[in-house]
Design a protein around this ligand. Structure first.
Ligand SMILES: Cc1ncc(C[n+]2csc(CCOP(=O)(O)OP(=O)(O)O)c2C)c(N)n1
Ligand SMILES: [Mg+2]
Length: 464
């Protein structure tokens, strides 16, 4: 999806052309919303509407009135199920079959079990780091289930459910978490930085919000591709981020470029109330993150993240909107509460009351809400719950065992994939590393690395 893959006709010159002018490339702007077209006049004596280029649809007024967002009604939160798992609008019904609901439920439970096991395993010193999704399983699993598997996804780090729903296996999770020989990243990332080329999910990056401009750019490239290949099923880009990440400059740059370029991108914010120890009350004064979508001229909705049906329906509709009129971005703010600690490096009771967390655990969460719905339809009962949990626990532990036992990736991967041929500087680093590893065998147990020291030899030979 680099610019180089865009044909000349739609190349950099077309990208630079302002999209608001009628003479802009026909190919890139076949369908234009009316309000975007250029005005050739600054004003007319009888004009009722502002004709300044910066605010095209504003009417004149002689009332001196400031916008006071604090006096507006807060943006509503869309839900389909109430807290007791009952469908609120019986006529509207559901767009999820019983089989799909059961599959979603099992994925959420599996994720929850994996989280419990891996969190404990980190405490035992068996892996270096972990992050749980507790309380947010419905957002990741539900939204992923409403996308096309070919849509390209850019995650933050608390969306293991997206990977699980798309088919990332327990062995693949474990390979990344234990940095073993099967890890797609060759052990070069810290745990929970999953990625899968096959599943169209770009690798997680620690640097907050960098995934947002990446997604906006990918969406713009997809817009061009969708237009060039009308016979191929159109695709969109989707990105996930926390409300804390929305305080980064990259958030604003991404939303703005996606809006001005009308790129088919869904921005999914998981608003879980905290950015590590910073509560939302210290992060912003406005109405959550949804109000910002409106500011960027974007279709926006706020959704109850504890209601997986609402998450699915909103995501499906967002996808439809994202592909309407040649493309447009959509923002979804999914409301949740971060039940777990931020990560295994955090103790959240240092900055929030335990009772607050216990209260949320009891009050509402996506797993119990769906379970209540399943039970009300006789699709689930206590026996199913016990058997499923026991089986999933066995599956996770078996994958854990396999993953932990496997060898580590070749040491040479520490130097691979940077330059085509190793540089003189890299060569000296490799030789120095080899020397240290040879001299201090007690400190560095290289037997656990595939190929031991030979892989460094291999690299020095191959890349001459
Ligand atoms: C650019 C950058 N700044 C700071 C951090 C440190 N950091 C890691 S996670 C995090 C909080 C993010 O909160 P949020 O986006 O709400 O996601 P959540 O953890 O709640 O899912 C911070 C500040 C970072 N990784 N990158
Ligand atoms: Mg957060």
């Amino acid at each position: 999806m680099s610019l180089r893959s865009v044909p000349r006709r739609l190349g950099p010159r077309a990208l630079r052309r302002p999209s608001t002018c009628p003479n802009a490339s026909q190919a890139t702007h076949r369908v234009m919303p009316k309000w975007q077209t250029c005005r050739n006049v600054a004003s007319t004596p009888t004009a009722e509407k502002v004709l300044f280029p910066g605010a095209l649809n504003s009417e004149f007024t002689n009332t001196l009135e400031f916008l006071r967002p604090s006096q507006n009604k807060a943006i509503s939160t869309f839900r389909i199920l109430d807290q007791y798992g009952q469908v609120l609008d019986k006529e509207r019904g559901l767009d999820t079959t019983d089989e799909e609901a059961l599959e979603l439920y099992k994925h959420m439970v599996c994720l929850n079990i994996m989280d419990l096991i891996m969190f404990e395993a980190q405490r035992q010193g068996r892996l270096s780091f972990y992050m749980v999704s507790t309380g947010e399983e419905g957002i990741s699993v539900g939204s992923a289930s409403a996308l096309n598997p070919k849509d390209t996804v850019f995650c933050q780090y608390r969306e293991a459910g997206v990977f699980m729903q798309r088919g990332f296996t327990l062995d693949q999770f474990m390979a990344q978490l234990f940095s073993n020989v099967d890890d797609f990243g060759h052990g070069r990332n810290m745990p929970v930085h999953y990625g899968s080329h096959e599943l169209n999910i770009r690798t997680v990056s620690s640097t907050l919000a960098t995934q947002l401009p990446h997604a906006a750019g990918a969406a713009y490239a997809l817009k061009l591709q969708n237009q060039q290949n009308p016979d191929v099923e159109p695709r969109i880009a989707v990105t996930y981020f926390g409300e804390g990440a929305a305080s980064e400059g990259d958030f604003h740059a991404a939303l703005n470029i996606a809006a001005t370029r009308q790129a088919p991108c869904i921005f999914i914010c998981r608003n879980n109330g905290y950015a590590i120890s910073t509560p939302t009350s210290d992060q912003y004064r406005g109405d959550g993150i949804a109000s910002r979508g409106a500011g960027y001229g974007m279709d926006t909705i706020r959704v109850d993240g504890n209601d997986i049906f609402a998450v699915r329906t909103a995501t499906k509709e967002a996808r439809r909107l994202a592909l309407t009129d040649g493309g447009r971005p959509v923002l979804i703010e999914m409301m949740a509460y971060r039940v777990g600690h931020h990560s295994t490096s955090d103790d959240s009771y240092a900055y929030r009351q335990k009772v607050e967390v216990e209260d949320w655990k009891r009050r509402d969460n996506p797993i119990t809400r769906l379970r209540k719905w399943l039970e009300s339809r006789d699709l689930w009962n206590e026996d199913n719950e016990r058997e499923t949990r026991s089986q999933l626990r066995k599956d996770v532990l078996a994958a854990f065992d396999r993953g932990e036992k496997k060898k580590k990736p070749k040491i040479r991967h520490a130097f691979d994939d940077v330059w085509e041929k190793i540089t003189a500087e890299q060569r000296s680093h490799i030789e120095e590393l080899k020397d240290i590893l040879t001299r201090y065998p007690k400190e560095y147990d290289i037997s656990q690395y595939e190929g031991g020291l030979d892989s460094l030899e291999e690299l020095l030979e191959k890349k001459k």
